[in-house]
Design a protein. Structure first.
Length: 259
């Protein structure tokens, strides 16, 4: 089974992996900015956006990452510049573990390499049970909005309303799968020193889920990584797309992609 793929533009491929409770449309601003020069490939995680429901296997980010590789194979795509935000970053680490030769550059946004501590892991499992029991994601919409967006962005209808819409489009099965898969993910801290492709780490000064100092420390452990701190919450790419796109386009410019 393959996840749904949105494939826009032509040129070098940039693969964009979305955050938890969102879908590929999280990257609309980036696709609008980049797809004149690059081929922007986005996937929806199982049960979110246009992807099929999750498989019956044990929830696993490595499992989903393998299906992303299969989707790339089906389109004859070999190497990509990989951009992952939060859960998309956890998936980027899974892809680095599985197939580093497929990654020519890495952008890690509002994400962390560490696995969950026990408390947050229990919270994930509790959310998975709640949405399955309710057969609805409604109870998580406002709590997720409050975590995902800065206060400033929460007051901006053009930012917050589409985020609510995306959360509501996720199915309970998709939310439960993603939470269990994130809860089970291994610690990727040991991988950081092995990253030998150009890397940009982006953090948000008002990120309530992954504080900026964690992003800075992670960048410090990746050889040669560039670090950018933006004035925004967790969903940096859709809170302040112009500033985000400037960082991304500058980093992805072919001259900077020597490897
Ligand atoms: C995300 O934005 O992908 C998630 O909130 C990350 C997480 O729950 O660790």
């Amino acid at each position: 089974m393959l996840p749904s793929v949105h494939d826009t533009g032509a040129g070098e491929v940039v693969l964009l992996l979305h955050a938890f409770t969102l879908d590929a449309s999280q990257w609309d601003h980036q696709v609008a900015a980049l797809s004149g020069d690059m081929r922007c490939v986005r996937v929806d995680v199982w049960g979110c956006g246009a992807s099929p429901p999750p498989p019956a296997d044990e929830p696993s980010l490595d499992g989903f990452a393998a299906s992303v590789l299969a989707a790339l194979d089906s389109r004859h795509i070999d190497r990509v510049a990989l951009v992952g935000l939060s859960m998309g970053g956890y998936l980027a680490f899974a892809l680095w573990r599985l197939a580093p030769e497929r990654i020519r550059a890495l952008v890690l946004c509002n994400t962390r390499a560490a696995a969950d501590a026990e408390g947050p892991r229990d919270d994930r499992l509790a959310m998975a049970e709640t949405v399955e029991r309710d057969q609805s994601v409604e109870s998580i919409v406002e709590p997720m909005v409050a975590r995902l967006l800065s206060r400033r962005a929460q007051a901006e209808a053009h930012v917050v309303d589409p985020v609510r819409g995306r959360i509501r489009r996720c199915t309970p099965a998709g939310i439960a799968y993603a939470q269990r898969a994130m809860a089970a993910r291994p610690d990727s801290t040991g991988l950081l020193a092995s990253i030998n492709v150009p890397t940009l780490v982006i953090a948000g000064t008002q990120d309530a889920i992954i504080p900026a100092p964690e992003g800075r420390a992670m960048a410090g452990r990746i050889p040669g990584a560039r670090y950018a701190e933006l004035d925004c919450g967790h969903l940096s790419n859709l809170e302040i797309p112009r500033a985000f796109n400037r960082q991304l386009a500058d980093f992805l410019a072919p001259a900077k992609m020597a490897s």
